[in-house]
Design a protein around this ligand. Structure first.
Ligand code: MRU
Length: 369
């Protein structure tokens, strides 16, 4: 996607210096800082501390992390036990996003097919870069498949503004290009449909007000930042036509883990008869589980993320304490929206209802035989 006229992705491989580089998203929108990932520890730190975040991007970073582990290991990289233990460390960086396990395991499998060290390194890099490109294509397809849903609403409203609510950041910063939840929005906007996005600020780390608002603004999409608690009210007043969110992990039966607060939006949408869509690439499905509430691990992060709010003050990024210093805080980072509250999934293979049967009709190779 373009930032001030320049093509930009949140992660890339610099072929000249042979370095993996990422945008450090912690300081957006106020500072655009680029970091190099040279070691497995750098990669784990970048994922844990959320320089990189969002399920598909975490997956791509983990995938490139396997390549980094091989480069760092030198000839020790032919030792399978060593490589597997580095991959286990990478997969431990964050617990909820399925893509991390998927990306790391896919590159590991491609690398260990080779005995020779140099072949291993080359195979790991090729596989990781394939993942990066595939996820970009998947997001573009999600945009194409989601477009008719927005077009239909626009037609029904006789071309009047289509109001879409989104939560967190499931845009290109969370993916590689286009985003998942934002892909249908960008596609509709680029085709001339009058779209407006309600952007949930998404406390505690404000991925909505910092990142989604920044992305949409850079692309020229009309948007308004709202508090996380405003969604129900604007839905009751006819100000929301549809909700689209991303997901960190979705079960084969359609239960959706996404940023904390997503479930409340789904409840409010159902109460107000507003369609609630989840956009995801197939790398986010966990094909092993059906019950999201019982089986999806929910990350609990540092309570200081709740206590302190970050922003720009006199040109400097500052953090300020909000509650009393000694109050306890609990930071549950994700919640699970049951499949029954989801109108449909928008995937790279098309749109389906949130039932196991319908999901498997798009992904028949995942049927248990
Ligand atoms: O904690 P984060 O910022 O990694 O959480 C991100 C989200 O919840 C996104 O909605 C999700 O990963 C989907 S990204 C396409």
């Amino acid at each position: 996607m373009k930032v001030d006229g320049k093509d930009m992705r949140p992660i890339w491989f610099d072929r000249e210096t042979k370095t993996v580089q990422v945008i450090d998203q912690r300081f957006l929108p106020h500072k655009l800082i680029i970091e190099d990932l040279n070691t497995v520890d750098d990669t784990i730190h970048a994922i844990k501390e959320m320089f990189v975040r969002g399920a598909p991007l975490i997956g791509a970073t983990g995938a490139l992390g396997v390549y980094i582990s091989l480069v760092q290991a030198k000839n020790k990289g032919v030792d399978n036990d060593y490589l597997v233990s580095e991959c286990t460390r990478l997969k431990g960086a964050r617990p909820t996003a399925m893509n991390l396990f998927w990306g790391v395991d896919r590159v590991l499998a491609a690398a260990i097919k080779h005995e020779d060290y140099k072949d291993r390194v080359a195979a790991a890099l090729d596989e990781a870069l394939d993942i990066v490109e595939e996820e970009a294509v998947n997001c573009r397809k999600i945009g194409e498949y989601g477009l008719p849903i927005i077009e239909a609403i626009s037609k029904k409203k006789k071309g009047k503004q289509v109001n879409i609510l989104t939560h967190c950041n499931a845009g290109w910063l969370a993916c590689i290009e286009y985003g998942t939840a934002t892909a249908p929005i960008y596609t509709a906007f680029d085709r001339g449909i009058n779209v407006h996005v309600w952007v949930d600020e998404t406390r505690p780390l404000n991925q909505g007000s910092r990142l989604t608002a920044w992305e949409l603004g850079k692309h020229g999409v009309n948007h308004t930042v709202i508090t996380d608690n405003a969604g129900g009210h604007i839905m009751q007043h006819g100000m929301v036509d549809m909700v689209i969110v991303g997901t960190d992990r979705t079960t084969r039966a359609g239960d959706v883990a996404n940023k904390i607060g997503t479930y409340l939006k789904a409840l409010a949408a159902r109460d107000n008869n507003i369609p609630f869509y989840v956009a995801l690439p197939s790398s986010t499905f966990d094909w092993e589980i059906t019950d999201g509430i019982a089986d999806i691990p929910i990350e609990e992060r540092d309570p200081d993320e709740i206590r302190y709010v970050q922003g720009l003050c006199n040109g400097k990024i500052e953090q300020v304490l909000v509650p009393p210093q000694d109050s306890q805080a609990a930071n549950h980072a994700f919640d699970v929206t049951p499949a029954r509250l989801v109108t449909g999934f928008i995937t790279e293979r098309g749109v389906c209802r949130a039932t196991q049967k319908d999901i498997l009709s798009l992904f028949p190779e995942k049927k248990i035989r």
